[in-house]
Ligand binder design. Sequence first.
Ligand code: MN
Length: 236
Amino acid sequence: MKPVIGITPLADPERESYWMLPGYMTGIAGASGLPVMLPLTDDPEDLAQSVALCDGFLFAGGHDVSPALYGETPLAACGAPVPLRDRMETALLRAVLQADKPLLGVCRGLQLINAALGGSLYQDLPSQTGTAVEHHQSPPYNRPVHVVRLTPGCPLAELLGRETLAVNSYHHQGIKVLAPGLEAMAAAPDGLVEAFRIPGHAFAWAIQWHPECSYQTDPDAAALFRRFVAACAHQR
Ligand code: MN
């Protein structure tokens, strides 16, 4: 039996739909996991059942996190949030950590986890930081556009066996203040934290880049999915 990986749903309120990027599903499947999309709900009993059913959780990319989560009012450059998804993932995160099941945050997933645990975000990197790093690339999205420096000795550096990594980048928000207790695992040349882990948990990692777009051409992205799914299999 493969480990079952629950992926948080992408939501499109304008079209009244849920949807999923195939790369999350095929990336997990290619790493020998069984991916399932979770229902979009903040019902505590349904979330508890999802946590019991799945062996690991992928917090996917998507809409901007509501600045209300970190105590700010939205700037003009901040995208419209999806409040139900923010509530769902905040509650799901607490339940997953309580159960100590493996989790991987990707892009918005990294931002949501940081905000939910007491950190804060830049609502819009270009206007708030003036960074010269290309964080919001154009297609194709499997193309690396900036490097990150890996924290020496951290599990991500040990997994990949290197000190720097070339990554794709498709985000206009990012971590402003890292939440208490999180350990940075990668930083962009402008200092932006692009990966962290939550120490004390079997596997609780988050990354700002997009392995779901690059795992077919980037061995490091494929290795990341395999490491996550292996942690889920171990948990099972
Ligand atoms: Mn970036």
